[in-house]
Design a protein around this ligand. Sequence first.
Ligand code: WA2
Length: 281
Amino acid sequence: MSADIALRRKETLASMCDERARMLQDQFNVSMNHVHALAILVSTFHHGKQPSAIDQKTFEEYTERTAFERPLTSGVAYALRVRHSEREEFEKLHGWTIKKMESEDQTLAQDYIPANLDPAPDQDEYAPVIFSQQTVSHIVSIDMMSGKEDRENILRARASGKGVLTSPFKLLKSNHLGVVLTFAVYNTHLPPYATPVQRINATVGYIGASYDVPSLVEKLLHQLASKQTIVVNVYDTTNKFAPIQMYGMDENDTGLLHVSNLDFGDPARKHEMHCRFKQKP
Ligand code: WA2
């Protein structure tokens, strides 16, 4: 192969990979902005009004009708911050107990419904889901602080005021790895340049969106009709010595590799897209 053909081939791979990485990143950014806006919606119309203007039915209808605004997400939900001292009153009001997030095999069971889950053991505070998009209705009443990844996200979101992402993990009722995006919802008394402690104290709940990465990336790449040409892999490379594969098959060494950076808006997480040609030249 002549030197200029080899160079052209390299440039083609780079531009195809960068284009796909940019599309994925842009769609992620669009949905992140809309999840942020949902946090403000809940703050304004649920916490900011007496009585609240949002109930499960309104939330479900609104989130379903605006689902097109959140590409790549499989569902959004709202978890309320409940202190242990408020638990009894909260459970009486809702007519259900706060549930503990359960193990994989339990959540994969055919008859898995939140009502069959165990009550959450006593904790200082809880984050039970009170509103959900219909697509993730199976997490209603579950204490999101009882799941490791969800809990870390909640703590980081409320101290920072930013949208935060989990590492890839197996979402409830899904066979794939996914990620969760969380924004804290604050009461209206939060000063604009609040400190982490002020933010934590002003937190009233958490809006979260789940991303089923494999099926959503697949859908995105499908629109580009390049699947005969290149193989795409997406990794969480936050720990660069132990990357986590989020999309794609094991990489097959066909020579040329191009790595495009992916910025999903959480500086604490790093992601990359790896592209290769399917065929050797
Ligand atoms: N949403 C959907 N499926 C899940 C999940 C989740 N978390 N966790 C595990 N499987 C309400 O950050 C608050 C959503 C958590 C938000």
